[in-house]
Design a protein. Structure first.
Length: 282
């Protein structure tokens, strides 16, 4: 009997608070990806669908367990993703039986550890606050960027391996994320485009945040965005250096340490496994 099951490449579908990923393991079996193939896999009607595609590759640096390559669903490369990092950490810990993993990215090495309650903590590295490191197109104080749009102004700029513009709003639920997000993403102040956060301070240790992700759009959660939001809020004196950040998909706990590193703690979930039709990959 013939079967329609494709003899293609296996994948995992994972998510962190609804921020979802297709994970491909290319550590021992090379994989050639084009922007078109990334978009085909990311199509939620004709492919699998994802916010980001995660490709696991052999590490390039000593001490790393894996190199994590990231792609947005528009086919562009992504520099960092906190939720994907937790998902990869879960996979590596399941493979090794250990409670620690070191994940290499284009933005540097990220160390992850198993935390209480089935959660995972990742040291997302230092917050980047200088204009050249975010990066910004002009030298300016990142605490209040010279940008006004749609009744909002002076976002805080933060780099977390990718750029972020954090607006503080009175009501995150009514913020025009879909309308203003893409305008800010493509603003000339950001030469590499930017992620955009709309944050409401609920308490000194609680923040409600909604996000427009660069190259993807509205997502249920953004780990680097949660980190950037806490850093921005603490810099403005709106919160302390640790807070719960409540996203559409759930909560992350963020701690901006005194050494400038940002620690993110949250879940990593496996949805299902499958096989990609080879026609999606050329």
């Amino acid at each position: 009997m013939q079967t329609l099951m494709p003899q293609g490449r296996s994948f995992l579908k994972m998510h962190g608070l609804g921020n979802d990923f297709v994970v491909l393991d290319a550590r021992s079996r090379p994989l050639a990806l084009s922007p078109d193939s990334v978009r085909r896999i990311g199509d939620r009607h004709r492919g699998v669908g994802f916010d980001q595609l995660v490709v696991l590759l052999p590490p390039r640096q000593a001490g790393a367990d894996v190199f994590m390559a990231l792609y947005n669903n528009d086919g562009s490369e992504a520099g960092a993703c906190g939720n994907a990092t937790r998902c990869v950490a879960r996979l590596l810990m399941a493979e090794s039986g250990g409670s620690r993993a070191v994940i290499e990215t284009v933005s540097g090495l990220l160390t992850a550890e198993a935390a209480a309650g089935g959660l995972y903590s990742v040291d997302m590295g230092p917050a980047r606050l200088e204009a050249r490191d975010i990066p910004l197109a002009q030298g300016t104080d990142s605490l209040r960027l010279p940008l006004a749009i749609g009744g909002l102004e002076a976002p805080c700029g933060v780099g977390m391996g990718n750029p972020h513009a954090v607006f503080f709003v009175t009501d995150a639920e009514t913020a025009d994320v879909a309308g203003l997000g893409p305008q800010v993403e493509h603003h000339p102040l950001f030469p590499q485009k930017t992620n955009v956060e709309f944050a409401q301070i609920l308490a000194p240790d609680r923040i409600r945040m909604r996000v427009w992700e660069r190259g993807t759009g509205i997502t249920q959660a953004c780990g680097t965005g949660a980190c950037a939001t806490l850093v921005a809020a603490a810099r403005r004196g709106l919160t302390g250096r640790a807070a719960e950040v409540i996203l559409d998909g759930g909560s992350l706990h963020i701690h901006w340490r005194d050494d400038n590193h940002v620690l993110m703690t949250g879940p990593a979930s496996l949805a299902f496994a499958g096989t990609l039709d080879p026609l999606l990959l050329p």
